[in-house]
Design a protein around this ligand. Structure first.
Ligand code: ADP
Ligand code: ZN
Length: 605
């Protein structure tokens, strides 16, 4: 940055030098006339030596009959003629002199006298200006600060996003079809006195397709789509957000009918007092401006505002009032059928080998959002390309599921022989306990290839999506969490840090069981702790205690009891099935991964 300043400064210096040089040569060319006093001029007039006098304000330029030039000065208040009269010069002699009064002194005079004074000021001013620009970020952003940064998307031809590109979400699409009709044919509704909704709020977890759906509405209706993110409104300076909102609506109104899409509206439309960080005034002003613009929009103007949030619970109620975002659409995480359909949408344009079964992929991806699924297929394609295949195979896709879920395999992260053995027993412990307990999802895969932070992993997957979870399931789940810990302890006599994550999860689950689900008989059917979520880094949870010290002790006690019980269950299973455990371990050490089929086969022999 300082380089730029230096460069600019050098350029200015150069220009200055050039100008100075020009003037000095100019001055050199004009011969310097002799300066004389007024008395001399008067005597020259009386001697009839003077041919011409040019008066420029107080300067007198005299040309003598012999061609010589002189200059002199007079008081600027008196005219030359009164001056001469005062000196009692013979009027007849004055008449012989040609007197010329010039008001304008010519640019060169000014340039020569004033520029040298001015140039340092110009340089200083330019310098300050440049410095300010550097400070404001060295880019042209400084100039367009208050303008909206909304991107306009004009969809046309093949790239147009329509409802066809959105898999699942059947109800949402039906509701939005209405909006499409409003945009296409507003008269139909206005004639019947219906008020066209101005705002649609899309609610759903990240990656569930909110942006996609809004774009599809614009595509279906064939209207422009302006998108901006709530966080972009919020700048450091109060008032910028509001001015951006104004600008955005102005632009949108010009190209009506159209859609304005505001992503992450919770960034501006957060409830009072909720959350930390960000200037509160700025957010409030921005939000108010959005509301003002929406309220002020005439029904004739066909602009529909769609906003997305994954935190509807923290939205300012003002946003939800009638006439504002009164249409609300919830996007759920896709269930198995939707997942298959989303996969199909993203499978277009990808060459698949015949063994690919998208249903199986959907089965293996509970809890994946649309974005995750799109990512899985993309990673699968990358995987196949790196293996120099012509088409994508099922194996590529299954491996990319784990990559999306757990991070890439770390083959370079080589475990020592001892570590491999510990990891194998640990994972086999999880898998065996999971296999023996009735209320646990079947084991899909066991691996001792490290991934992300985990040394190995055991993947369990439900056969179908579940919405309700009974207590028995949690109890068995706890035992599975402890399977790894117990295996390490029984086989090697001590545990490693590899089990710490399992213990954390087990403790969390045991706690939820007691404090949130009311599943502990001694503590009873109530919740403990009032949960207040702080919007700080998205998920920090602040818990307020609404129970006594004694209860707190009881909760602690019961958590430990649940975990001790789980540990005992796991230990019993492992000791009873030690042969199976050894079998699993030996296969793991040999092959590193074990798929569901091979795992089940170990038990039938
Ligand atoms: P959000 O705005 O809810 O965070 P996006 O709309 O940006 O999510 O979705 C990200 C990507 O996920 C989309 O571009 C699309 O590729 C994919 N996706 C999400 N949901 C679906 C769906 N229902 N059908 C097809 N693709 C989807
Ligand atoms: Zn583990």
């Amino acid at each position: 940055m300082s380089k730029i300043i230096l460069k600019n400064f050098l350029i200015f210096l150069l220009i200055f030098l050039v100008i100075a040089a020009l003037f000095s040569t100019y001055n050199a060319k004009t011969e310097k006339p002799a300066e004389i006093g007024l008395e001399k001029l008067i005597s020259q007039i009386e001697n009839q030596e003077v041919k011409e006098i040019i008066v420029k304000n107080s300067n007198l330029e005299i040309t003598l009959l012999n061609g010589q030039k002189e200059i002199t000065k007079k008081e600027s208040t008196d005219s030359l003629s009164t001056l001469l009269k005062n000196y009692n010069v013979d009027p007849a002699k004055i008449k012989q002199v040609k007197i010329d009064v010039k008001e304008d002194e010519g640019w060169s005079f000014w340039a020569v006298t004033i520029l040298p004074i001015l140039i340092p000021f110009i340089i200083i001013a330019a310098f300050i200006y440049l410095m300010m620009r550097q400070v404001q970020g060295a880019n042209t952003k400084a100039m367009s600060f208050g303008q909206s940064q909304a991107r306009e998307l004009k969809q046309k031809g093949k790239d147009k996003i329509t409802f066809k590109n959105v898999a699942g979400c059947k109800e949402s699409k039906e509701e939005l079809l209405e909006v499409v009709e409003f945009l296409q044919n507003p008269k139909k509704f206005l004639q019947l006195g219906a008020k066209i909704p101005k705002g649609v709020l899309l609610m759903g977890a990240p990656g569930t397709g909110k942006t996609l759906l809004a774009k599809a509405v614009a595509g279906e209706a064939n209207v422009p789509f302006f998108s901006i993110s709530g966080s972009e409104f919020v700048e450091m300076f109060v008032g910028v957000g509001a001015s951006r909102v104004r600008d955005l609506f102005k632009r949108a109104k010009k190209s009506s009918p159209c859609i304005i899409f505001i992503d992450e509206i919770d960034a501006v439309g957060r409830q009072r007092g909720a959350g930390v960080g960000g200037s509160h005034d700025e957010r409030k002003q921005t939000l108010n401006q959005i509301l003002v613009e929406m309220d002020g929009m005439e029904t004739k103007i066909n602009v529909i505002v769609m906003a997305a949030t994954n935190r509807p619970d923290i939205l300012d109620p003002a946003l939800l009032r009638p006439g504002r975002f009164d249409r609300r659409i919830v996007l759920d995480m896709p269930d198995i059928k939707d997942r298959e359909e989303i996969l199909k949408v993203h499978a277009e344009n990808k060459p698949f080998s015949t063994d690919v079964d998208l249903r199986k992929v959907a089965e293996r991806t509970p809890g994946f959002s649309g974005a995750d699924l799109a990512n899985v297929l993309n990673e699968g394609a990358i995987m196949a390309a790196r293996r120099n295949k012509k088409s994508i195979e099922q194996l590529d896709i299954l491996e990319s599921i784990e990559k999306v879920l757990l991070g890439p395999e770390r083959k370079s992260h080589i475990l020592s022989e001892k570590e491999r053995k510990i990891t194998a027993f640990h994972e086999a412990g999880h898998a065996l306990v999971a296999h023996e307990l009735p209320n646990v999802d079947p084991v899909q895969k066991i691996s001792i290839i490290s991934r992300g932070h985990a040394a190995g992993y055991t993947l369990k997957l439900p056969l179908e999506d579940k919405h309700l979870h009974p207590r028995s399931e949690f109890i068995d789940e706890l035992a599975v969490f402890l399977g790894g810990f117990v295996a390490e302890k029984e086989i090697f006599g001590e545990v490693t840090t590899g089990a710490s994550n399992d213990l954390q999860q087990a403790t969390k689950l045991a706690k939820s069981l007691i404090t949130q689900y009311g599943m502990d008989d001694t503590l009873g059917a109530r919740t403990f702790g009032e949960r207040e979520e702080l919007i700080f880094l998205g998920k920090e949870i602040h818990e307020q205690r609404d129970y006594s010290e004694k209860t707190s002790e009881m909760i602690d006690h019961q958590i430990s009891a649940l975990i001790t019980q789980a540990q005992k269950t796991a230990k019993d299973i492992l000791l009873k099935n030690k042969v199976q455990l050894e079998k699993i371990v030996s296969v793991l050490l040999e092959k590193e991964t074990l798929e569901r089929g091979d795992f089940e086969a170990l038990f039938t022999k």
